[in-house]
Structures are given as structure tokens and as C-alpha cells.
Design a protein around this ligand. Structure first.
Ligand code: ATP
Length: 433
């Protein structure tokens, strides 16, 4: 059974992981701010994604495109016309629903009568420049993908790329969701981690299968328990009009199995549309076969916020130790926001404090390290367990003479006595995969 979402929300607030946005004004619906530990955690999620899909591969390039794009982009992509959700209101309790989420004909909350279904475009509009007229409308991008398609030719030529190759991007996206909720699972402002992988038509199925496996395995590698992850193939009736096939990677969130990432075979739809609307030639010239064609595209599209939430939920554990409750985030070591905490056993002994501070200072350049002396050692351990710190180093009276410290492992709670001069090497071996 997954942990209840309230426990995660409360831990996130208490420990500076995620706060409600604009809380002092009563909050702004479904917007969240990542606090000091949350920003580290989410950055680790993004860095580990970037590392495995860009840095460690020779067939990928990175991109950081602007959020605002030429408005014709969204006509070409189909978003202006059809990026809509079906909306119904309850005439009695005034609650609003996505028609495709409802099972019956009446309001699921109060059984009241529902209005006719209306189509509601999910794109946020704003104005560019000082005049707020039709001609100045621009959109906050609802997905990062189109920035990649619009730069396909630039990147292919500048980097002298041959197919197959991919472009990866991490960035904010905005959707005026009708029913946001479940903490950071569905928000109106969120971050995507998207890949467009360009291949020769005819080889698309094999690359599609490859990316479905690759992306599924990534979550397992970085700590999600296999029993909490599954693949779900979209039925023909569910597929977007441009997609040949699509698999969702689903995670067992507290509210049930839900999408974490989608991997789609988008065919040549997007590049063809951009060619049509921009008038630019977006064909690829294959120098070996002397053929010209528009590449097919496999798109693994993930959410950084959803992934962060899944890693948090999956890592949360409660256990009893000597009759007391112990809360642990057993995050993968490389995912943990803080890697090492240095704790003096006695905070009123200046030599111990000084030694602990010096050790923390030395390690800080290598691992995210904190020094904490604001409680008893038992309490300090508890605090670090709760935020997933894999190693706590304790400096005690004996350390002053034998120049050794105790290193405690978060999960096993086992303790090793390590010479201070070997600490960095010891931790490197444990923390870096
Ligand atoms: P859903 O069916 O949940 O609305 P979607 O199929 O519309 O999602 P995609 O367009 O495939 O989502 O977006 C790719 C990824 O971006 C999703 O798998 C998810 O991780 C993330 N994402 C999409 N919408 C949101 C949102 N409102 N809040 C947070 N993350 C989101």
C-alpha cells in the first residue's frame, strides 16, 4: 500500500521540501514552491535524467528553448485547434469536472444535473509588447516538445548529425488544467523532461520499443520499486491523432496507478506540420542512400515534478526502532538532497565542535554536506533519516585522540569507525555510482 498523500505533503512542508505557493496570501490554487531540500531533490532528478539521456550517450544533443514561441507554432502543432478538455459544471454544487473523468450522467459529488459539455483550451494566453490586442497574443508553451521541433534543422546542421539522433530538453510548461490536484501530480505550471528522437521511417518501431524499455528501466535504476511501476499501452481509441502508438509508464501513486511518463511514436506529423506552416524545408538528406525524407519521431515525455513526487512516495517508510517510530526516506543515494550530515556528539565541547565543522567544510566541496548541532544525537539522526540523508558522521571525545569518526548508514543504521583522512575516499566509494 502506498503511503497516504497527506503524510507526504506534511513531511514536505515540515522539512522544507515543498511549500504551498503564496501561502501568506492564502495560497494560489495548485501551485507549489520547492524549498531548500526540494530544490536539491528535483535538481537531482533532472541531473540524473540529463546525465543518462544526454551526457552518457553519443546520439543526443541538449537544448534550452524559450517558453514563448511564435504563435503560429501552436497552430501548426494543433494546440490552438484541439488542445482542449471537455468541461462540464454541476448546476447544483457548481463543481467543475472533466467530462472524460465522469462515469455517470450526473454530478459525482451531489448527484446534481450537469451542464452541456464545452470544449476548453488549456493554453495560457498572454500579450507580447504594450498593446493588448489580438495581434499581440502569445502562449506560454503547453509542452517543451515544439521548441525541439522548431530547432530540428538548426541542430542537425550545426552539430552535423546523422539519423538516428535525439534532442533533449528540460523546461517549464503551462496548462490551464480543469482539475489540478493530488499535490504536485497535476499543476498548472510544471516542468517537463522531453526527448524527441529522430529516426528513419521504417526503423521507428524498433526505436519505439527501445525507448519504452529504456525509460521504464531508468526509474527502477534510480530507486523506484519494480512492483510500483508498470507499462500501459494506449488503446487505438485513446491515441492522439498524430500518434501511431503510445505507452504510459505508470506509477502506483497514493491515489492509484497514474501516468508518470508517456512514450509516443509521433511519426512525421510535427515536422510535416512545421514545414507546411513555416514554408521551410525540414527534410533530411540521407547521404548514404541519397534519399530525402522527413524523419519519424519517438517522444519519451516525462514530468520532473511527477517523477520527484514518485521518488518521494516510493522512498517513504515508517518503522519501529526500540519502540519508537522512525520515518525514513530511503532515496537512492544520488537522489538524496543532502548526502552527508556532520554531527558533534557534544555541542558544548569547543574542540569537538571545531573538528566537526572542519570535517563538514572539507567534505562540502565534494558532497552536499550539512553541519547540525541543534539537538541530541538521537534527534539529529531522526531528522536526517526523515529527509533521506544516506550518511551521518559523528564526532565524539575519542575522535580528538584517535582522529577517527563514526559513519552511520541511514538504512541499516550500522556504524563504521573511519579515520578522518580517509573519509572522503570512503564516502566517494559509497555515494557515487
Ligand atoms: P495527463 O493525461 O495526466 O493529463 P498527458 O498525457 O496530457 O497527462 P503529456 O502531454 O503526455 O501528459 O505530458 C508528458 C508528461 O508531462 C506527463 O507524463 C507528466 O509527467 C507531465 N505532465 C503533464 N501535465 C502535467 C501537469 N498538469 N502537472 C504536472 N505534470 C504534468
Amino acid at each position: 500500500m502506498p503511503v497516504e498523500m497527506e503524510k507526504i505533503v506534511s513531511l514536505c512542508k515540515r522539512r522544507g521540501i515543498i511549500f504551498q505557493n503564496s501561502e501568506i496570501y492564502g495560497g494560489l490554487g495548485s501551485t507549489w514552491d520547492y524549498g531548500p531540500l526540494g530544490v536539491e531533490l528535483k535538481r537531482n532528478v533532472k541531473d540524473l535524467w540529463w546525465r543518462s539521456v544526454v551526457r552518457e550517450r553519443d546520439d543526443m544533443e541538449g537544448l534550452d528553448a524559450a517558453i514563448l514561441m511564435h504563435p503560429t507554432t501552436w497552430v501548426a502543432s494543433g494546440h490552438v485547434e484541439s488542445f482542449t478538455d471537455p468541461l462540464v459544471d454541476c448546476k447544483k454544487c457548481k463543481k467543475r469536472f472533466r467530462a472524460d473523468d465522469l462515469e455517470g450522467e450526473s454530478c459525482p459529488e451531489c448527484n446534481g444535473e450537469l451542464t452541456e459539455m464545452r470544449r476548453f483550451n488549456l493554453m495560457f494566453k498572454t500579450f507580447m509588447g504594450p498593446v493588448e490586442d489580438e495581434g499581440a497574443i502569445v502562449y506560454l508553451r503547453p509542452e517543451t516538445a515544439q521548441g525541439i521541433f522548431a530547432n530540428f534543422s538548426n541542430i542537425q546542421k550545426a552539430m552535423r548529425r546523422k539519423l538516428p539522433f535525439g534532442i533533449a530538453q528540460i523546461g517549464k510548461a503551462f496548462r490551464n488544467e480543469i482539475t489540478p490536484g493530488n499535490f504536485t501530480f497535476r499543476t498548472r505550471e510544471f516542468e517537463q523532461m522531453e526527448i524527441e528522437y529522430f529516426v528513419k521511417p521504417g526503423t521507428d518501431q524498433e526505436w519505439y520499443d527501445y525507448w519504452v524499455r529504456e525509460r521504464f528501466d531508468w526509474y527502477i535504476k534510480w530507486g523506484i520499486k519494480p512492483e510500483n511501476l508498470r507499462l500501459r499501452e494506449h488503446g487505438k481509441d485513446e491515441l492522439a491523432h498524430y500518434a501511431k502508438s503510445c505507452h504510459d509508464v505508470e506509477y502506483l501513486f497514493p491515489m492509484g496507478w497514474s501516468e508518470l511518463e508517456g512514450i509516443a511514436n509521433r511519426t512525421d506529423f510535427d515536422l510535416r506540420q512545421h514545414e507546411k506552416y513555416s514554408g521551410r524545408d525540414l527534410h533530411y538528406f540521407d547521404e548514404v542512400t541519397k534519399e530525402q525524407y522527413i524523419p519519424y519521431v519517438i517522444e519519451p515525455s516525462a514530468g520532473a515534478d511527477r517523477a520527484t513526487l514518485a521518488f518521494l512516495v516510493d522512498a517513504y517508510r515508517e518503522e519501529k526502532v526500540k519502540g519508537e517510530k522512525r520515518v525514513i526516506l530511503s532515496l537512492h543515494r544520488e537522489m538524496a538532497p543532502i548526502k552527508v550530515a556532520v554531527l558533534p556528539l557534544l555541542r558544548n565541547r569547543p574542540e569537538i565542535v571545531e573538528m566537526a565543522r572542519r570535517i563538514a567544510g572539507d567534505l562540502r566541496g565534494h558532497f552536499k554536506t550539512v553541519y547540525d548541532d541543534t539537538g541530541s544525537i538521537g534527534r539529529l539522526y531522526r531528522r536526517q533519516d526523515e529527509i533521506g540523508t544516506p550518511y551521518c558522521i559523528t564526532v565524539d571525545v575519542q575522535s580528538l585522540t584517535d582522529k577517527k569518526v563514526t559513519v552511520r548508514d541511514r538504512d541499516s543504521m550500522e556504524q563504521d569507525r573511519i579515520p578522518i583522512e580517509r573519509l572522503r575516499e570512503y564516502l566517494l566509494g559509497k555515494l557515487i555510482q
